[in-house]
Design a protein around this ligand. Sequence first.
Ligand code: URA
Length: 204
Amino acid sequence: GPAFALENAEAKGLDQLKRQAETCTRCDLYKNATQLVFGEGPPAAEIVLVGEQPGDKEDLAGKPFVGPAGRLLDQCLKQAGIDRSRCYVTNAVKHFKFEPRGKRRMHSKPNAGEIQRCAWWLGAELDILQPKLVVALGATALYSLLGPKVKVTVERGQVLQAANHPPVLVTIHPSYLLRIRDEEDARANREHFVRDLAKAVAFQ
Ligand code: URA
């Protein structure tokens, strides 16, 4: 039926987009990364999750959110009643940015120019997917989606409606939870994150 044909067109569009992104030189991050980490998930997904950038594990696997932050995200989504396998999962920046520290590669934050240049790809993914909801996981995702004026600390837990854009649910990045040392603080923040994610259930 037409729904199936549309899904096929979306799948083809995303495949083509990924192949184009594999040779992207809009910023310099492709030079040191192992490979592009593009978005992944069903083309018919109603919810798109947007992270910051691939980490060490994602850079090696070529898949988004497969490392420690990804495992935590999976657990929190499940607790919130969201099926990750029905979501399209992607990042604001699609190459791993790092500083070598001995044998280790330490995550380093993408700058405004890198986020802006990569936003073209995220925009193209959203144009194809036309989701009911986009979940911004942290400040980099939010900056890429809605620009410099919108702050996580102010808008956390809100679903923002912008013109010519799917609604955006604002929350933190799961890596933030991994950095909290105090056990009680970590537990409370994790519960808050699950409460934020639960606001996406109605869009599933
Ligand atoms: N952190 C992110 O923002 N994205 C990933 O894919 C993995 C870790």
